[in-house]
Design a protein around this ligand. Structure first.
Ligand code: COA
Length: 478
């Protein structure tokens, strides 16, 4: 039998939830009295230096059942924000990405390491009776279970909402799935499937070409971000209600949320052609659906990608140039067309709309005489919004990104030093440090002992059962 100490956290959390309810009524009473709702029961502002008083999610423990990209993106963010993330992996194999796109023989791939920083790893066969025993204890000891298995997989492990909620009514169960309830709810989904089903692919690319997927992982990482917000919100609500809830982020929904401007344009079609799309200026009729807009700007200010000096040999010698109306005069001066400032054929945004292609060609004659960084410098001095097309090489070497911790160098015991993207969300009182991803099962013993408080006898029993280790080769063959 397990000799686990009763979690002290539970009692404390209950008290915290009672306290919040009390504070709420106090604040309502204060408002009634015309006060500002300030309560003396609220903690006094910390006197510690900013960044020295714990992390935003200190004390939150996550049972991380995620794999591949969408779920791990979410739990990595929560780990950076201070949560203790315990990643459960299948013995012997682990997250499948450990062995995908391998660049250093014998080391976890960058695919895995770059999505699993700041986590601990425990290996458990979730279908083994002793594995289930460990999982049940983890459910009791954690605040949030995050998973992105294929639909139904968690239930098939016996981890139904009812089972989890009975063991720990405070637990939040958060899932990424490909689709929400409906005709496709049982489908397995990867990044590009979501980009297609969420409306991104049909609106990306050039009008005359096929639909395109984007390099930004809006289906996987984008949905992971949505899920993280859902989890933090559920934790906040739990302070008031004292109970957990289910959180679902469907990849189709996440992509569509990021494509909402295109659903906006779909409805605007009823009112006539979309004048900011360059096909309008080229007299090409619109159909029933939002067309692909190439590099047209998504907002009301026309923009396009233009060649810069060196474009013949450098595939990234380009700049995004926006002909924002308030700086039209400055643009005309820069490109050597001062008469366009007053010429009625060019002076107003409306007059320019049908001529945008020719206007951008003229601007490009100028940008081709400068490097993208020169264009950036010259234009920004006069507030013309432009964006150099940065290659991944340039981003990796950019000193300002290193300085802010957005690009970090991480050391790994097997692969050595590698670059990663750090936490893009900067909190002034919860500073993220990026620590390396765990080796497979690196923290199994530590978690059984320190988190779950199993006795040495219990640990031996569980280990000898084979629930935490890969089947031996001979056994496999037999
Ligand atoms: N112990 C024992 N079994 C385990 C285990 C463990 N620790 N961890 C996972 N498994 C099992 C699962 O229970 C499942 O078994 P079952 O099918 O018999 O129930 C099996 O491993 C495979 O899980 P599954 O999620 O189906 O993996 P997959 O590789 O076949 O599919 C995805 C991968 C990503 C397509 C699928 O998980 C999915 O659609 N997820 C939701 C959407 C998503 O997140 N997609 C983006 C991924 S970046």
């Amino acid at each position: 039998m397990a000799t686990r100490k009763k979690s002290k956290g539970k009692g404390k959390a209950k008290a915290a939830s009672r306290k919040v309810v009390k504070l709420k009524s106090k604040s309502a009473a204060a408002k009634k009295r015309g006060g500002n709702g300030k309560s003396t029961s609220l903690p006094k502002p910390s006197t510690k230096q900013y960044g020295q008083d714990g992390k935003a999610l200190s004390g939150v423990r996550i049972l991380d059942f995620t794999h591949v990209q969408s779920g791990p993106t979410c739990t990595q963010l929560l780990a950076w924000l201070g949560a203790d993330v315990i990643k459960v992996e299948r013995p012997g194999v682990g997250d499948i990405t450990r062995g995908q796109l391998v660049d250093v023989k014998g080391a976890d791939s960058l695919y895995f390491t770059m999505l699993n920083h700041n986590k601990r790893s425990i290996t458990i066969d979730s279908k083994h009776p002793q594995g289930k025993r460990v999982l049940d204890e983890l459910i009791k000891a954690c605040d949030v279970l995050v998973e992105n298995f294929a639909p139904g997989a968690l239930d098939r492990m016996g981890l139904t909402w009812e089972h989890i909620h009975k063991l720990n009514p405070r637990m939040i169960v958060a899932s990424v799935k490909g689709f929400g309830p409906g005709p496709y709810e049982d489908c397995k989904v990867y990044e590009n499937v979501a980009q297609c089903a969420g409306g991104s692919a049909s609106t990306t690319g050039f009008r005359e070409g096929p639909p395109l997927v984007t390099g930004a992982q809006i289906g996987d990482s984008g949905t992971g971000l949505h899920l993280a917000l859902g989890i933090v919100s559920a934790l906040y609500q739990r302070y008031r209600t004292g109970r957990g809830q289910r959180v679902l982020a469907a990849m189709q929904d996440g992509v569509l949320n990021l494509c909402r401007v295109k659903l906006r344009d779909q409805q605007r079609l009823k009112a006539g052609p979309l004048t900011e799309y360059s096909q309008y200026g080229q007299n090409i009729p619109f159909g029933e659906s939002v067309p692909r807009a190439g590099n047209d700007s998504g907002g009301g200010q026309p923009g396009w990608i233009l060649k810069c000096k060196g474009w013949e040999i450098d595939p990234d010698a380009y700049i995004y140039f926006i002909t924002q109306a308030p700086v039209w005069q400055e643009i005309c001066d820069l490109i050597g067309e001062p008469s366009w400032k007053t010429d009625p054929e060019y002076a107003t945004p409306r007059a320019r709309l049908p001529k945008l292609k020719a206007i951008f060609e003229r601007i490009e004659q100028w940008t081709m005489t400068k490097t993208k960084f020169e264009v950036m410098e010259i234009c920004n001095k006069v507030d013309i919004p432009v964006g150099p097309i940065l290659s991944m090489k340039e981003i990796a070497e950019e000193p300002s990104l290193r300085k802010t911790g957005t690009v970090v160098e991480v050391d790994h015991p097997i692969r050595g030093k590698y670059l990663s993207v750090g936490n893009p969300i900067k909190l002034s009182d919860s500073i993220s440090e990026v620590t390396r991803s765990p080796l497979l099962g690196e923290h199994t013993d530590e978690i059984l002992k320190d988190v779950l408080k199993f006795s040495s006898k219990d640990i031996s029993e569980i280990k000898n059962s084979g629930a935490l280790s890969a089947p031996k080769k001979e056994e496999k063959a037999a």
